[in-house]
Design a protein around this ligand. Structure first.
Ligand SMILES: Cc1cc2nc3c(=O)[nH]c(=O)nc-3n(C[C@H](O)[C@H](O)[C@H](O)COP(=O)(O)OP(=O)(O)OC[C@H]3O[C@@H](n4cnc5c(N)ncnc54)[C@H](O)[C@@H]3O)c2cc1C
Length: 485
């Protein structure tokens, strides 16, 4: 039974993955909830991110597979030249978006969540202002407010977006046309996934990376192998250490490249289109955070592990933030997990999030995935805490299932403590790496040791045996080290 004078127990601002999970979880626990959304329900993931990009990757991946005559001939298969309809591939992504958006909206309605359309902002503690599209502005009160306004593409200075020849992932997911030659600025997971789509559909790609090496956010050993297949083995010319300092839309699009360190002119390029995939910025400007005395960190809202918003390091009562807005592992499942943690804490069930066990995946063909610490972070931890770092590799070329699929190119790297055997991190490149990583994520979440994990039986023949081999090698290494002491 509610014992409050507020309009709602919880108002969530932003109906992306973070806001959705928070609102649903709150309503399922009998809280009176409203969710405020200024654009389409479902946020970035459903409308402009995970969902449409994975639909494009699924379709273009099939084109790639059917067009790979060399790979198919290994099975004795000779296919006719592949034909595809760009518009139908784009429609597949659009239909999926609509479908998932409708389901998500219905789920919220069925759970009893009040959906409010408009731009939300804070109006001091426990007060939310909402400006509807028709100009009507009203203020509602809530016991608790959750900020879940997500993020938008970052466009570096000097780059002009026209949405047609120079665009971000927001437009790329519509696949309105297939440029003959496209430059992709940024070699993070979004740049890599779109390079996968475009090359499968016959486009030439120039990949421009400001940092010293392409794929700078990935494990260096995984990158070496992955880049050989995903970049060097395709119609991709990758340049690193160069900055696209000026990009002017048009026909052709003109790009000026400068040296990243010296900023000296390197070269002018003329291409048919440019995709800017240089990261994302938090959507916090319109939130009126000043009204509650919260200062952001480059736009990101500071939070503790309970999802409480912090002001000068101290929690602001009744104010919570989740998802990309907080800048922690900016992924849909992180946002959703944070949303549930915030509600559990509102319900009085103290809960913290465990970022170390949250996996990440890049859905290229083949995929890349990781969880836990990078090798650099693990080395730092080992020297700070005085333990030896264990590191083993398991290869897809030794896996029966991968060989049956003629997909032997792949590697898993497992990082673990040589004193306790606890798994610290894993990095995988290879067929279905995005699915394989979950097992390691679960092990990290439970702080399991490689000795226990090595006893778990895996189905034969499956790719999961790549993980089993890594656990067994790690346990063997640990036991040998203990025997040597
Ligand atoms: C191309 C691409 C591919 C991606 N692929 C994956 C993937 O495969 N897997 C994965 O885990 N993640 C992926 N992501 C990341 C994922 O989309 C985000 O991490 C996730 O959407 C973050 O959820 P969120 O709830 O924090 O914010 P968002 O999804 O951005 O939602 C925020 C919502 O708040 C609304 N809003 C903003 N301000 C206001 C306001 N003042 N009032 C009312 N409403 C407001 C916005 O309109 C939006 O709907 C991808 C992203 C992109 C761009």
């Amino acid at each position: 039974m509610r014992e409050t004078n507020s309009d709602f127990d919880v108002i969530v601002i932003g109906a992306g993955y973070g806001g959705f999970d928070a609102a649903k979880h709150a309503a399922e626990n009998d809280l009176k909830v409203a969710i405020v959304e200024s654009r389409e329900m479902g946020g970035t993931c459903v409308n402009r991110g995970c969902v449409p990009s994975k639909a494009l990757l699924a379709a273009s991946g099939k084109v790639r597979e059917l067009a790979d005559a060399e790979h198919l001939s290994g099975f004795g298969i000779h296919s006719a030249p592949v034909r595809f309809e760009r518009q139908k591939i784009a429609d597949h992504a659009r239909n999926l978006v609509e479908n998932i958006r409708n389901n998500l909206t219905k789920t919220l309605e069925r759970s009893g969540v009040t959906i409010l359309r408009g731009q939300g902002r804070l109006e001091g503690r426990q007060r939310v202002g909402i400006r509807e599209a028709n100009g009507i502005d009203r203020i509602l009160t809530a016991e608790n407010v959750i900020l879940a306004t997500g993020s938008d593409p970052f466009v570096p200075p000097g780059i002009e977006i026209d949405g047609r020849t120079v665009f971000t992932s927001d437009e790329a997911i519509n696949l309105e046309w297939l440029p003959r030659w496209i430059a992709i600025i940024g070699s993070g997971y979004i740049g890599l996934e779109f390079a996968d789509v475009y090359t499968a559909l016959g486009c030439e790609v120039t990949m421009i990376e400001a940092l010293e090496r392409v794929m700078p956010t990935f494990d260096p050993d995984i990158t070496k192998l992955a880049a050989r297949h995903l970049i060097d083995g395709r119609d991709i010319d990758a340049r690193s250490g160069v900055l696209a300092s000026k990009v002017a839309p048009g026909c052709p699009v003109k790009i000026t490249l400068s040296d990243f360190n010296s900023r000296e002119f390197v070269e002018d390029l003329e291409v048919d289109a440019v995709l800017v995939a240089t990261g994302r910025v938090p959507s916090s400007k319109e939130l009126n955070l000043e009204s509650v005395g919260v200062e952001t960190n480059r736009g990101f809202v500071p939070i503790d592990d309970n999802m409480r918003v912090l002001s000068n390091g101290k929690p602001v009562p009744n104010l919570w933030a989740v998802g990309d807005l907080t800048g922690k592992l900016m992924l849909a499942h992180t946002a959703a997990a944070q949303g549930c943690v915030a509600i559990d804490n509102i319900l009085g069930n103290q809960r913290k999030i465990d970022y170390r066990s949250i996996p990440a995946a890049t859905f290229t063909h083949p995929e890349i995935s990781s969880v836990g610490l990078s090798e650099l972070e693990a080395k730092e931890l080992s020297s700070n805490e005085g333990f030896e770092l264990g590191n083993v590799r398991s290869y897809f070329k030794a896996n029966s299932k991968a060989l049956a699929e003629l997909e032997g190119d792949g590697l898993m790297k497992l990082l673990f403590r040589m004193d306790t055997g606890e798994v610290l991190g894993a990095h995988i490149y290879g067929l279905h790496a995005a699915d394989l990583i979950q097992e390691v994520a679960n092990a990290i979440s439970r702080r399991q040791t490689v000795v226990d994990l090595a006893c778990e039986v895996h189905t034969h023949p499956t790719l999961s045996e790549v993980v089993e081999v890594a656990y067994k090698q790690a346990a063997h290494k640990l036991q040998k080290a203990l025997q040597g002491k």
